[in-house]
Design a protein around this ligand. Sequence first.
Ligand code: FBP
Length: 326
Amino acid sequence: MNRTTLSEQFFRDQASASATGGLSTVLNRLSLVARMLASEIMRAGFVGKLGYTGTTNVQDEDVRALDVIANDTTLQVFENMPMMAAIASEEMEDMHVLPGGQDGKYLLAIDPLDGSGNVDVAGQMGTIFGIYRRREPGRPVQMDEFFQPGRDLIAAGYVLYGPCTMMVYTAGGPVNGFTLDRSIGTFFLTHPDLRIPEGSGAYSVNEANEVKWDDKTRAMVAAFRRQEADCGKRAARYAGALVGDFHRTLLKGGIYMYPGTTDKPQGKLRLLYENAPLAFVCECAGGAASDGRQPVLDIVPEGLHQRTPLYLGSKGDVAEAVRRLR
Ligand code: FBP
């Protein structure tokens, strides 16, 4: 088996991404967050950290103990890292400017614990991250510095907490997957240069929302369900965690969908720290990502927590979904 470690790969990518200095340090810090959260998730049941805190976040969603732990862990790991200027997180209403922020070169957009609803049932969960470069380091950080289209990401990826812990990321070139060897706390390259298959896999959507979709969305999903999609027959799979559903789609092909609904016309998922980073990974792996009208990576955010519908996966599947929505 390839014994390339995450750290060695970071340095290789750093050269190709022409990122001077800090990118590999930032990615190394993210791998530390991944290892710390993998441990927290495994122990949550023993130390009474499952369940809710009784509070709600800026999205008016119930906050679980592990959501808070994941966000706090992220802040602690980056607190004394001069290259990182600020963090935008699902769990914080405003951006968090780091102590050395003014001179930092990078911005981190993160969903510290995606799919936290799965924690009580030992389901898959994840962390999603995107790294932007600041246009003008050296001045006080402004929130609108985060309002960059996903196409301007310099690196993005996710951590999957499941039967194994994986970290999958790209610096704009190949998408590489690493698996954590818990016995020595090291990620090793196990999935080099991932390319999303065409013509296979599953369609992945919460069909309980059907009553809240518009007619075109309903008809489009029905085509996949009835095996009538032009792009081919698909299984149905839905893990209830975006990272788990996307990881399966990346490896097996197919499409993940979170359409708009009557109560949430822009859908549930957030552009800055969920949809754009995964769209970046997906496109770098040869796939596609749309909000139903345009590529996700072309959308310029107007708020830290802006939602968009999401159609993410194999190029042929996404193209057909978008065509049927027109
Ligand atoms: P968070 O858990 O970070 O809020 O992510 C939203 C999410 O849990 C996704 O991971 C998942 O794909 C989706 O919501 C499931 O939503 P629903 O329960 O409405 O199908």
